[in-house]
Each structure stands twice: as structure tokens, then as C-alpha cells.
Design a protein around this ligand. Structure first.
Ligand code: PBE
Length: 300
């Protein structure tokens, strides 16, 4: 219901911005409009948790782009970023946020990624499964199942919409119930185990919470006793590298957690993507008349 209103706002705002730009009638005029918008945003990117991979990539972008000279990012939490985004859209104000997909933000609001000509945020991210060294020998059943587990992007997107109204445990159970054929392929030929404990670490974002909860249910069906531990990305890699935890389905590669991956490379096993076609970047409401990070304006 809100979506409709916002779309309408988008059209009106888009129009009035182009009229202003047309009225100025010169490149200088355009630059002026962009400068005002950047100033109105107080040269601030609305970021998320300080520990997020994306908080690092935002800093890289701020250093790399002349257009972001003098900008800062405001770090707090995903929840706070989403309320600021919602409020800005209600008031038709400009805002630049840390954005990623899959996430329901693109379904809930009419927002667009800013082009990233320098490629700081990468093209496409793959959500990746990693395990501690030795898991293959210690728990070959879990290792094989984890190696097989993967989703279509559309599965995750649908689940994240459902999760706005339900707990992730329930959404994951629904998915398992509705996708018994896929689950049967993941567990085909694997012997059941008798209560072996396995610990999965995850980061506190939605897509990972869904996928890790599905993995938990599938491993439990196989007889494992599964613990899920949410941590920051840095702790996640450390826990796997030191064998404090057994596996994770949460790293985003190559841009989001690439630095952590490189730091611990050789101390964990990479079982490959479990979701492909993910993305991170900076996004703005579609009514904003800019398309690229380079359309922002440095602080004078
Ligand atoms: N995210 C969602 C996370 C990974 C998944 C992009 C906000 C991060 O930046 O670490």
C-alpha cells in the first residue's frame, strides 16, 4: 500500500528535480543542484553496523571517489539505517544508504543502486560456505551436506519477504517443507548420525539468518545437534580459522569480506557459493536525480 504512494512521490520528485535542472539550463546549474543535494545530506552516507564488511567498502569508496571527498559515513545498525531510509522517503528527502541484495529493502521502497564506475563494490557477490580445516575428516556427513547446500537468489528473496511477518525459524521450516525434493538431493546417500554436535556461525543479517536456519533444520533431520552463533564478520572468520566453530554459510565474496578472507586464507576451507547474484553498493531513493556515485558532490 505504501509502495504505491512512494512511487507516485518518486515521479513527482523526479520531475521537479529535472525541471529545476532544466531551468538552470547549464552544466553549472546541474552541478549546483547536485551540490545542494549533497549538502542537504550533510555529506553523509547512512551506513550500518561498524563491523559490517560494507562499512569498510564504504570507507574505500570515500577515499577512491573525488565526488565523496569530505564525506563521512554514519554507522549504527541496519535497523537504524532502514528507519532513516523510510523516514527520508516519507518526507521525500535525499539520502544515500548502504544497500545490499538480497534484502527486502528493494521490495519495500523504490530505491536504486548508484553506479560505481571504479568498481569498489564489485560486480556480483556470492554468499559462500566455509568450514574449519579437518571438518571433512571429522564429520564427512555434515561436510558433504554443507557442500551441496545452495539456493536460487529468488528463493532467498521470497523468504526475506516472508520473514517480515514471521520468525526466521518458521520461514526456514516452511522452505524445507516446501522443498523436500531439493533437501532430498542434499542428503542423498548420507548416513544419519547420532547427535553429533556442530556449530554454525553466522552474521546478523537476514539472508544469512534464513540460509543458516535452513542448514540447521537439514542437519538436524540428519541427526546432528546444531548450534547457531551470530557474530561479527571478523569473529566469524577467526572462529572458523581457529576451529572454534565448524562452518559458516555467511561470508560474502569477493568485495564484502574479501579482506577477512585474505587475512585467514589457508586456515579454512572454501566450499563455494551457496547463493549467487548477490550485490552490495550505495543506494538512493529513485526520485533522486542522480545515477552514479560520481554525481555526488564533494564537501568544499
Ligand atoms: N551485508 C549483508 C553484510 C554481509 C551481508 C552486506 C550488510 C556485510 O556488509 O558484512
Amino acid at each position: 500500500m505504501f509502495n504505491f504512494k512512494w512511487k507516485k512521490f518518486g515521479v513527482i520528485a523526479g520531475l521537479s528535480l529535472s525541471l529545476i535542472a532544466a531551468g538552470c539550463g547549464s552544466d553549472e546549474g546541474n552541478a549546483q543542484t547536485e551540490a545542494n543535494v549533497s549538502e542537504e545530506m550533510e555529506y553523509t552516507i547512512t551506513g550500518i553496523e561498524p563491523g559490517a564488511g560494507q562499512s569498510e567498502t564504504n570507507e574505500e569508496a570515500i577515499s577512491a571517489y573525488d565526488s565523496l571527498n569530505g564525506w563521512e559515513q554514519e554507522l549504527s545498525s541496519t535497523g537504524a539505517m532502514l528507519s532513516e531510509l523510510s523516514e527520508a522517503i516519507d518526507n521525500e528527502e535525499p539520502i544515500v544508504v548502504s544497500a545490499w541484495s538480497p534484502h527486502y529493502m528493494f521490495a519495500n521502497w523504490d530505491i536504486k543502486y548508484l553506479e560505481d564506475p571504479k568498481g569498489i563494490f564489485g560486480e556480483e557477490e556470492a554468499i559462500t560456505t566455509i568450514t574449519r580445516k579437518g571438518l571433512k575428516d571429522d564429520m564427512p556427513e555434515a561436510y558433504t551436506i554443507l557442500d551441496r547446500i545452495n539456493w536460487e537468489l529468488s528463493d532467498v528473496e521470497a523468504a526475506l519477504l516472508e520473514a517480515q511477518e514471521k520468525e526466521f525459524e518458521e520461514v526456514a521450516q516452511d522452505w524445507v517443507d516446501e522443498n523436500q525434493d531439493t533437501v532430498a538431493e542434499w542428503t542423498e546417500g548420507i548416513e544419519p548420525v547420532d547427535g553429533t554436535s556442530i556449530e554454525l556461525v553466522l552474521t546478523p543479517w537476514d539472508a544469512e539468518t534464513f540460509t543458516t536456519n535452513v542448514a540447521k533444520i537439514v542437519l538436524e533431520q540428519q541427526g546432528f545437534s546444531v548450534t547457531l552463533t551470530p557474530v561479527d564478520p571478523a569473529i566469524l572468520f577467526k572462529a572458523i580459522a581457529t576451529s572454534d566453530a565448524d562452518a559458516s554459510l555467511a561470508p560474502w565474496m569477493p568485495a564484502t569480506h574479501g579482506e577477512l578472507y585474505a587475512e585467514y586464507e589457508g586456515e579454512f576451507e572454501d566450499l563455494g557459493p551457496n547463493v549467487e547474484g548477490a550485490k552490495i553498493g550505495l543506494a538512493v531513493p529513485s526520485y533522486m536525480d542522480i545515477n552514479s556515485i560520481e554525481d555526488l558532490h564533494p564537501k568544499e
